[in-house]
Design a protein around this ligand. Structure first.
Ligand code: BG6
Length: 482
């Protein structure tokens, strides 16, 4: 099966922080792959902007190096790389001063779509937006792209939204959550809203609870100074897990258009109950002999920052009241695994009296790795000797079902959506603020208490307390396994 490719209009993408890590790892390789499949028109140009002095040639050499490092070898051909590199230009720019802005202005053509990708620290988002506007570089069709961290709490998120929305309209602001660019995350919407099968069951009458797990095997070594100020709550829950929760819990939007989808997500966030500290668990990984502990990795022996969090979230609306959503994410866990499990209620009455174990069906959407869907079913255990039951998975792996069709990286889809002007997979300002309002309550609860995060073994499945969070409700987490 070959994916359909619809070319986008000619564009100019200016990457502030064009020589940085995100540009080299993600943005440039994604654009290259889009060019290779024929989506990036020949007139499109990529303009790197950064503080350091650099010639166009030197930037092109950097782009070439990034492609050879971060694009799969099978996708690298000399002719394509050459063509891509030719489309790249560079300007040395002083974000807070005056240097380079006139030159950038001269490079931009008036008649093509402009996108400004701020791949820089968040303290520069506001000043850059301001400068772009003062320099007259913002046309009505220009777009600005920003990515996490979008604030540290509600107040800072509000301040940032204000800074961005002075020079730009909300319809020009693209806030990336890269989870929304993941194919399987979008599949959640396809699964829910393109199949009639699930909708009648998708509510607290039939669903016992939902588990959302994003487990990572990596630790925080190398990112300690950022992570220690952030923690799992700000780094993962406020954004990625919140988006997964919204897509799972939201009402069917009337149309698949940006505001219809985002309105429904916002309603879910606003329906979330405040979470009491007793409904949360914080953890911090300790060394297991192979690798260091969290405290070693961040170089701060007194740190109380959480590298693991588990939360019982309750949504107070007609669809979900009574069916909690349990969220869990952490670093240095047994394996890398993300999934959403919709655990259905048990049958109302069992006609098999010898079976006392609860056997609710579970629909599991595996987000990564090995993307697919599993439905846990109960069948008869084969053989004579009475009616014994057993559980089997009805299993579909997307890679098999789609005959190996290649799945694009999240950034490929998101950058092309920026150019197309489609905001469906980007967070709206009010959505980000509502997510912070909920998160702030949890953080404040933690700060008010004196408890330290519970330790857990690196390479394990999280702190004991996280198990208790479900046990106490008569439920059990699914295993974290590959
Ligand atoms: C990032 C977080 O947003 O997402 C990282 O800052 C995390 O801490 C990463 O590792 C996870 O993304 P993915 O795509 O690997 O699941």
């Amino acid at each position: 099966m070959v994916a359909r490719v619809i070319p986008v209009e000619p564009f100019e993408l200016v990457i502030f922080g064009g020589t940085g890590d995100l540009a080299r790892r993600k943005i440039l390789p994604s654009l290259y792959r889009r060019m290779k499949v024929g989506q990036m028109p020949p007139e499109a140009r990529v303009i790197g902007a950064a503080r350091g002095k650099m010639t166009r040639k030197a930037f092109q050499a950097l782009v070439q190096e990034a492609l050879s490092e971060f694009v799969a070898e099978a996708d690298q051909t000399e002719a394509d790389i050459q063509r891509f590199v030719e489309a790249c230009d560079f300007v040395t720019l002083d974000a807070l001063g005056t240097g380079g802005w006139a030159e950038l202005g001269k490079k931009l053509r008036p008649d093509v779509t402009r996108a400004f990708y701020l791949s820089v620290g968040p303290s520069l988002f506001g000043p850059l937006a301001q400068r772009l506007s003062e320099r007259g570089l913002v046309t009505p069709e220009s777009r600005i792209v920003v990515e996490k961290p979008l604030g540290h709490d509600l107040a800072s998120a509000r301040a940032l939204n204000k800074e961005l929305s002075t020079p730009f309209d909300e319809r020009q602001i693209y806030r990336i959550d890269h989870y929304l660019g993941k194919e399987t995350v979008q599949n959640l919407m396809a699964l829910r809203f393109a199949n009639a099968l699930f909708e009648p069951l998708w509510n607290a009458r039939h669903v016992d609870h939902v588990q959302i797990t994003v487990a990572e095997s990596i630790g925080v070594a190398g990112r300690g100074s950022y992570y220690d100020k952030s923690g799992a709550m700000r780094d993962m829950v406020q954004n990625h897990l919140m988006q997964l929760l919204c897509l799972t819990a939201m009402e069917p939007p009337a149309r698949f258009d940006p505001d219809a989808v985002r309105d429904e997500k916002l309603k879910v966030i606003r329906a979330l109950d405040p979470v009491a500290p007793g409904n949360t668990v914080r953890g911090q990984y300790r060394a297991n002999g192979v690798d260091g502990s969290y405290l070693d990795h961040v170089g701060n022996p007194d740190s109380r920052t959480e590298s693991f969090v588990a939360i019982r979230a309750d949504i107070s609306n007609w669809r979900w009241a009574g069916a909690p959503f349990y969220l869990r994410t952490g670093k240095r866990l047994r394996t890398r695994m993300s999934e959403i499990a919709i655990v259905f209620k048990d049958v109302p009455h069992s006609i098999f009296p010898e079976v006392d174990e609860k056997r609710g069906n579970a629909l599991v959407i595996r987000l990564q790795p090995d993307e697919g869907i599993t439905l846990r079913m109960t069948i008869k255990d084969p053989g004579p000797g009475g009616m014994r039951l057993t559980e089997v998975p009805l299993d579909m792996t997307f890679a098999d079902a789609l005959e190996g069709q290649e799945v694009a990286d999240a950034y490929e889809r998101l950058i092309m959506d920026v150019i197309r002007g489609n905001q469906t997979l980007f967070m709206r300002g009010d959505e980000v603020e509502a997510a912070w309002a909920w998160t702030d309550g949890i953080l404040a609860g933690w700060e008010a208490g004196s408890a330290r995060p519970s330790p857990y073994d690196a390479g394990g499945s999280g702190p004991e307390d996280a198990l208790l969070l479900l046990h106490r409700d008569g439920r059990r987490w699914r295993e974290i396994e590959g």
